[in-house]
Design a protein around this ligand. Structure first.
Ligand SMILES: C[S@@+](CC[C@H](N)C(=O)[O-])C[C@H]1O[C@@H](n2cnc3c(N)ncnc32)[C@H](O)[C@@H]1O
Length: 371
């Protein structure tokens, strides 16, 4: 049964979309291949729809990844060890982390990071009721941009970056390489990365996962236009755009589009954008990997693969990677420019923490976050 949280959960909010959603959208729609960033999917409704997608019969990634986690979690926990600060990039509903929290020995803290602040805070509060002794430090940030992490109360042995859901697949190869380097910085020397990576497979299975019969993925895709109508004064006619998802064998990725049903123009806050019938906006790519392809990419960020677990059909993989050394070509200074307003629980605390300092000072090798 849930217990009351021992301390109110406070969101550390960098207000990631800031004022530039309008400009980013206009820039994206001005390109020869019109595009919108998938990061705008996740307003409250988008996060709710994504949760629904994960439960669809056609959508194999979530249930397959959960199956792998449940089957092998004891071995994973043994490799991860005790007193880790877990930093989850793109935490969403913070569902999968529970599998890890239930088995890890004295985790030092959980730092969920997501661009969708309200959804993140709700999920963190729910988690706090179920894990009242765990320090939870939610951070609302765009993880593609530099941001500092809060420092937990408890001593930290090492950092573990948790990146499930094959969210890495939403980035093209160069962006994925950069993101892995940022994760390497956050993990630090000796730190780890537990990551879900979707694998290449037959196109029919892939396309059906992103074109479900109930139309939830279509609603999710179209919700992007609903959001732009609401937030930046666009006038997309929702009945005149259609969801489409296709697998590109050449690029090894699912591409989600919104296809214009006719010649039309859309007014975005005073600017007219022209669409031809059949013209499409690329809204999301989901890259699929061969195991060796991903090992090579992660290797470039300094990660060594320690273990790969897959389901029996080899649809999906969960991989545990470690850093043998501090990456040299991407120094922390390059990702530390967030100024002083960074909330740092250790600095701000004036009364004794309600959280037990579960890992003694002897366990300290370095703190998580701001260093
Ligand atoms: C595919 S969901 C995965 C959620 C969860 N980790 C899971 O495996 O079920 C992606 C999550 O990443 C978040 N996200 C996407 N782009 C982001 C960005 N650039 N910065 C921070 N969070 C982002 C979304 O808000 C969403 O919650």
């Amino acid at each position: 049964m849930s217990e009351p949280a021992k301390k109110p959960i406070t969101l550390i909010d960098y207000h990631p979309p800031s004022g530039d959603i309008r400009q980013e959208v206009l820039d994206g729609l001005a390109q020869p291949q019109k595009r919108l960033s998938p990061k705008w999917f996740y307003d409250e409704e988008g996060s709710r729809l994504f949760d629904q997608i994960t439960r669809l019969p056609e959508y194999y990634p979530t249930r397959t990844e959960l199956g792998i986690l449940h089957t092998h979690i004891a071995e994973m926990a043994g490799m991860i060890g005790s007193c880790v600060a877990i930093v989850e990039f793109g935490a969403g509903s913070s569902v999968k982390i529970r599998i890890l929290l239930d088995i890890l020995e004295t985790p030092a803290a959980f730092i969920p990071v997501d661009i969708s602040g309200e959804h993140l805070l709700d999920a963190a509060r729910q988690l706090a009721m179920d894990y009242p002794d765990l320090e939870i430090l939610p951070v609302c940030a765009d993880f593609t941009q530099p941001f500092d992490l809060p420092v937990p109360v408890a001593a930290v042995n090492r950092n573990l970056v948790f990146f499930p859901g094959s969210t890495i697949g939403n980035f093209d190869l160069e962006q994925a390489r950069q993101l892995l380097k940022v994760m390497a910085i956050e993990a630090g020397a000796g730190g780890g990365l537990l990551i879900g990576v979707d694998l290449k497979k037959d196109p029919a299975t892939l396309e059906s996962a992103y074109n479900d019969d109930a139309g939830v993925t279509a609603d999710f895709n179209l919700n992007l236009l609903v959001r732009l109508n609401r937030e930046i004064g666009a006038d997309f006619d929702l009945g005149q755009f259609t969801h489409r998802a296709i697998y590109s064998e050449e690029k090894g990725r699912i591409e989600m589009h919104l296809v214009s049903e006719k010649d039309q123009s859309v007014n975005i806050d005073g600017q007219l954008i022209e669409f031809l019938a059949g013209e499409h906006i690329l809204t999301e790519c989901s890259h699929k990997y061969e195991l060796q392809e991903f090992a090579d990419l992660a290797g470039e960020a300094g990660f060594n693969i320690r273990k790969v677990w897959t389901d029996p059909e080899r649809m999906f993989s969960v991989q545990y990677l470690e850093l043998g050394y501090e990456p040299k070509d991407f120094t922390r200074d390059r990702v530390r420019h967030i100024p002083s307003a960074v909330p740092n629980p250790r600095r701000k605390r004036t009364s004794p923490s309600p959280f037990p300092e579960t890992c003694g000072p002897q366990a300290v090798s370095r703190p998580a976050g701001i260093r």
